[in-house]
Design a protein around this ligand. Sequence first.
Ligand code: PLP
Length: 406
Amino acid sequence: MKHKSAEKIQELQYFGEFGGVNPSISDSSTYTFLSAKTMFDTFEGNTEGCYLYSRHSSPSNLYLGEALAALEGTEAANVFASGMGAISAVIMQLCDADDHIVSSRTIYGGTYAFMKNFLKKFKIDTYFIDITNLEVVEKSITPKTKMIYCEAVSNPLLEVANIEALSKIAKKHNIPLVVDNTFSPLSISAAQLGADIVVHSLTKFINGTSDCVAGAVCASTEFCLQLKDVNDGAGMLFGSTLDSLRAASILKNMRTLHIRIKKHSENTLYLATHFEKDGLKVVYPGLASHSGHDLFKAQMNTEYGYGGLMTLDVGSSEKANELMEMMQRENLGYLAVSLGFYKTLFSAPGSSTSSEIPMEEQEEMGLSNGLIRFSIGLDNDIHHTYTVMKKCLLKLGILKKDSAMI
Ligand code: PLP
């Protein structure tokens, strides 16, 4: 156990305006000043604790930011209206026209599309590389490289990044290491391992109720203030601001994150272990057969497990679709993108969340047509889930015989 994230979040104690056990929600877009001079100073960034306008900051967003900073153990955190809002702001803050990014090639499709397509407008080039090959990472860095970018556990292939080693390379070249920790909150404390900037899609495990999109950047106070700068802060000027009502509901959900992550991990390990024994092609970092297992183990906060995501390769997109439709009919979960919900969610990334990645590149990185990504839910009786799933697999001939049903 390296970082007491859950304890740090629990230590945060806020009272509402009338002694409520939750902080009051700031229901205002703008804030009054008793003197015109204070308003001027606030614009100049010189008055701490004064609120100006809710796109800049609001009490509810600051409370949630504190909890996220506690989660990652960073000095500060800013919240955003989506994970992509957070990621795009970080990139635009760090890069000028003609700069370079060195990025893992197995990342969320939206981030990939942003780097590959959108950044063309600014002539910012991204070298998509195998992040597990540290030699290639280092060789790809040029004098114009402004960051190394990766996901702690990648979407959808569940590759594990060696954050300590990548951080050493980044430091050597005096550039920041930016890590998306959406798949492994609490399990991996990316900033403690050396990431300079940690981004999250709060839409997923951290909120956990699949009722909103939101994002965060956890970093130094200096970088978080830069993002908010009224003159050149990408957070402030792109304006992907989280609404205060949502910030308040996400903060309440964060109070149970530690319990949820443990259950997601426990259930996923159970299914992955059993399906592997049954002879299926399962990928889960908690399995000894996973290429990143030892690395995950070395980096993890043990009590939270290996996370709630696993993949099953069922051979073809037809079989994958049949299986997902059948599982939904059996009420095992929903055929839906996203992750971190109480209910299991499954989708075929090749035709959904990673469809922005061209076919040849999908093939090169090992993303096959028959791959199904599962975000395993909080099922109370995971053995029952296993038996019903197994019946579906047998019915579709994905499993040939009823092997070792326990
Ligand atoms: N990062 C990862 C790893 C994701 O899986 C996603 C969304 O699926 C995002 C970032 C983008 O987050 P959002 O949908 O909240 O913008």
